[in-house]
Structures are given as structure tokens and as C-alpha cells.
Design a binder for this molecule. Structure first.
Ligand SMILES: Cc1cc2nc3c(=O)[nH]c(=O)nc-3n(C[C@H](O)[C@H](O)[C@H](O)COP(=O)(O)OP(=O)(O)OC[C@H]3O[C@@H](n4cnc5c(N)ncnc54)[C@H](O)[C@@H]3O)c2cc1C
Length: 440
């Protein structure tokens, strides 16, 4: 069944699905895969026809690669070995690595391939179907073990558990009551370029720390097309657009007509935001799960999607509300213990970056251990949270910056020595690293 009109034509003897997943992006495809692999009857509902476009850089870092289903072949358009950093167009410096840092994909192809994996595992896909809401009580719900998923057009699908993976404007997130503490606007253009320009970018990305607090821009090369984008806090639409135009012009790309220009919001949950309500779980962008500093979200979607699929299976098996609640709390605990910790460190990094982009730029472009940490994080051999947890000097530097920012906000006179602490910590780390010998 693949059109909105077909919604109304759902059979009245439609089964009660074990798990219905709403949205077939990376979060939904992962959830559907995890629940289907566990042998459950899974229905995946997607409003678009696939493959569909998604505004996204398509950067696949190590944690995304590691969260893919077994046997999944990444359709890389390029492999990144170098990063050019700039500070609002100035102080440009390129750092290179012999080993691949991360890969770049086109989302339509990547997402469609993830959905195929879910289907091969047994999930049933229906595209062109928009979910308008879910109901957990009322006439559409036959018993307390069942949720009604109401489609545009009025037809209803029944499930013992529902996973909301319907992206940053999530209707299921609204049902669950997801709370946000950060919303950003991303603008992006897919720019086809001639072979000489494409050759210049091959294997190299560009990251520009932008003029608005917390903003940055990127160029991600994908063969004959460059994905160019900027992101900044929502509410500065005109300034964000101007940054995008300036960035494209500075790169010498203003003369090339974009094949696609689009914008999309990214949303980060607040710490106390719910991840479930009754038999309904949320994951990925729908739950506001996203790295707050870089706004990297594919790995968050894949990882939370998988967990949501696994716990939805247990909720589907629950015979009473108490057990369903226990399973939902287990899901929330797993998210908070993993992605929640990463988000907390990301928020601290964003706070520093918003106030001191030049420090971030200087550290990454001149301090070798900081570059090595960046390469470790994007390759997936550690996370920012892991680095801060296991590396005393990284922790001290972050704490010192935190204290300094707190002090600066309250004009506490201890701000200056604490800033000196941070710099000393970074310098000591660099000296340590020089003694240990640098891998790259
Ligand atoms: C400009 C920009 C650049 C980015 N670059 C990167 C990057 O390089 N790397 C990275 O890791 N992350 C990046 N992100 C973040 C990343 O795109 C998202 O975090 C990721 O797509 C989240 O996946 P998801 O499955 O949760 O949601 P989505 O990918 O948004 O998928 C949600 C799906 O649900 C469907 N849907 C929505 N509503 C309904 C409904 N009512 N009924 C049925 N279906 C519905 C949609 O059609 C969609 O297919 C970027 C984001 C932006 C805005």
C-alpha cells in the first residue's frame, strides 16, 4: 500500500501489530530492524515515497558506522582525510590524516538502504502514509494493551507498542511531551561543480566557525556535488541566511547553481524531557536526541532507534501497564546513560564554543593532541564524553573553561587565573603527548 488514499482502504481484519514505527529515517529504520530481527510483526509507516530527500550533511562518523545492521554496506560518496578549518573565513588551516577520518553519504540512498535492511529482517513498509496522532485510550483503542495509530484520512492501525521516529517536527514527540532546550536552523545547498572544482575538494571537508554564537558552516564533497551548509540558533533566520551566502561566496562557489537548497530545524531535548508515554517510545530527532555542539544526529538516531526497537518488543510483550512502564523506564535509562551523557558534554562544549570560537579554532588548528582527539572522536575510537571521563587533562581543561565562563558571567575576579589553568592544562597535555610521540 503506497499512497495516502490507500490509508482509508486498510483492511478491517488488519492484524494488531507488535510494533508500529512512525518515520523511516535512520531512527525508524533501526527501530524497525531491531524489532523485526527479534521476530516480531513490525509495521514501518513513512509519509514520503522512498528514496526521499533529507536536509543533512551526510557525515557518517565512527559511532554511526558501528550502529549499522550487520552486513550493511555504506554507500560512501567520499572518504575524508583532511579538514580545512577557518574562523569566519579567516585563519584558514588544513589538517590531514593518513587514515580515513569519516565518510560521506547521500541521505536518500543511505536511508532507503537502511529501510531495505529492516524489510529483509521482516518489517512491513508502507510509504505515502502520514500518521496524524496516536491514541492510548478512547473508542479507537480496543484494550489497555493496544495503541491506535491514526492516519491522515482517518484509518487506524493497532499496535502493542509504538516507536515515534518522525523527525524534528514529530507528532509522536508532541504526544509524549518531548521538551527542548535548543532549536537550531540548518540551511543547506547541494551544489553541482565541474570536475576541476570537485577534484580540489576530493577527500577534504571544510569547517568554518561562524559569526553568530554557536554557528558553523561546512563543505562536504560528494563527487561532482558539494553539500554546503550552515547552522545557527533558531530566531536569527536573516543572519543565518546571510552567513550562508557569505560562506558560499567566500568559497568561490556563488557562480554555481544549487540543485537543491533547503532548510531544516534540529532540536535537542532538555535533560528532563520524557522518552516515553504509556506504550509509546520516541527516538532520534523525534526525541530531541542530537549532539548539541556539532548537531550530529545520524549516530544518535541509529543508536536510539535500535534501543527503542528492542524495548518496544518488551513493551509489546507486557500484559499490564506496570510492566510496560518498567520497560519504558529501562529504555529511558539506557538512553540517558549513553546518549544523555554525550549530550551533557556536548552542551558544555557548545557553551564554550558560543563564547570562544577562536579558542576552539586555535586549539584544533595548533595543538596536536586536540587534533588527535578530534580524529579519535570522528573515527569512533572514543567519544567526547569518553575523552573527558578518561583523560584527566581534558577533564581539567573543560572544567576550567566551565568555571571561567561561569565566573565571566558573574564577573567573579577568579576568572583570569582559571582561564590560565585551562591553557596550562592544554599545554601540559600537549607536552605529555609530544613526549609520548604523536600517532599522526
Ligand atoms: C542542515 C543539517 C545538516 C546535518 N548534517 C548532519 C551530518 O552531517 N551528520 C549527522 O550525523 N547528522 C546531521 N544532521 C542531523 C540529522 O540529519 C538528523 O539528526 C537525522 O536525520 C535524524 O534521523 P531521524 O530518523 O530521527 O529523523 P529523520 O531523518 O528526519 O526521519 C524522520 C522520517 O519521518 C517521516 N515522518 C515525519 N512525520 C511523519 C508522519 N507524521 N507520519 C509518517 N512519517 C513521518 C519523515 O518523512 C522522515 O522520513 C544534520 C541536520 C541538519 C538540519
Amino acid at each position: 500500500m503506497s499512497s495516502e488514499n490507500a490509508d482509508a482502504g486498510l483492511e478491517s481484519d488488519e492484524p494488531v501489530w507488535d510494533v508500529v514505527v512512525v518515520g523511516a529515517g535512520p531512527a525508524g529504520a533501526s527501530a524497525a530492524y531491531a524489532a523485526a530481527v527479534a521476530g516480531r510483526r513490525v509495521l514501518l509507516l513513512e509519509k514520503a515515497e522512498l528514496p526521499r530527500y533529507k536536509t543533512c550533511g551526510g557525515g557518517i562518523i565512527g559511532p554511526s558506522r558501528d550502529a549499522l545492521p550487520p552486513g550493511f554496506e555504506l554507500p560512501f560518496k567520499d572518504r575524508v582525510h583532511a579538514v580545512t578549518f577557518s574562523l569566519n573565513g579567516r585563519l584558514t588551516r588544513t589538517r590531514r590524516s593518513k587514515r580515513m577520518l569519516f565518510g560521506l553519504i547521500n541521505r536518500p540512498e543511505f536511508d532507503a538502504s537502511l529501510v531495505e535492511h529492516a524489510e529483509k529482517a521482516g518489517a512491513v513498509l508502507r510509504t505515502g502514509v502520514t500518521v496524524s496522532r496516536v491514541e492510548q485510550h478512547g473508542p479507537a483503542v480496543p484494550d489497555r494493551r493496544t495503541v491506535a495509530v491514526v492516519l491522515n484520512g482517518g484509518a487506524t492501525v493497532l499496535a502493542h507498542a509504538v516507536v515515534g521516529a518522525d523527525g524534528s517536527a514529530s507528532r509522536i514527540g508532541a504526544h509524549v511531551g518531548v521538551k527542548l532546550d535548543q532549536v537550531d536552523l540548518g540551511l543547506e545547498a547541494e551544489i553541482p561543480v565541474p570536475p576541476t572544482v570537485a577534484e580540489d575538494w576530493k577527500g577534504r571537508i571544510h569547517l568554518d566557525w561562524g559569526p553568530l554564537p554557536g554557528s558553523y558552516g561546512w563543505v562536504f564533497p560528494k563527487g561532482d556535488t558539494l553539500t554546503v551548509g550552515v547552522i545557527s540558533a533558531r530566531g536569527e533566520g536573516a543572519a543565518t541566511k546571510r552567513y550562508m551566502e557569505d560562506f558560499v561566496a567566500r568559497l568561490g562557489l556563488a557562480g554555481f547553481e544549487p540543485a537543491v537548497s533547503s532548510g531544516h530545524l534540529t532540536r535537542c531535548r532538555s535533560d528532563d524531557s520524557p522518552l516515553s508515554r504509556g506504550r509509546v517510545l520516541v527516538c532520534g530527532d523525534a526525541a530531541g536526541l542530537l549532539e548539541p555542539w556539532t548537531r550530529e544526529g545520524i549516530s544518535f538516531a541509529l543508536r536510539s532507534g535500535r534501543l527503542a526497537g528492542e524495548w518496544a518488543v518488551r513493551i509489546a510483550e507486557s500484559h499490564d501497564a506496570v510492566d510496560a512502564r518498567r520497560q519504558a523506564l529501562n529504555y529511558a535509562f539506557a538512553i540517558k546513560a549513553g546518549l544523555g551523557v554525550e549530550m551533557a558534554v556536548g552542551r558544555r562544549m557548545l557553551a564554550i564554543f558560543e563564547r570562544r570560537p577562536a579558542v576552539i579554532h586555535g586549539v584544533l588548528t595548533t595543538i596536536r593532541p586536540a587534533w588527535n582527539a578530534f580524529t579519535d572522536i570522528v573515527r569512533g575510537s572514543t567519544t567526547l564524553a569518553g575523552l573527558v571521563r578518561t583523560h584527566p587533562l581534558a577533564r581539567r581543561a573543560l572544567n576550567a573553561f566551565d568555571r571561567r565562563e561561569g565566573a565571566a558571567r558573574t564577573t567573579d575576579p577568579v576568572a583570569v587565573p582559571e582561564a590560565a589553568d585551562a591553557e596550562a592544562a592544554v599545554e601540559a597535555e600537549e607536552a605529555d603527548h609530544r613526549r609520548a610521540g604523536s600517532p599522526e
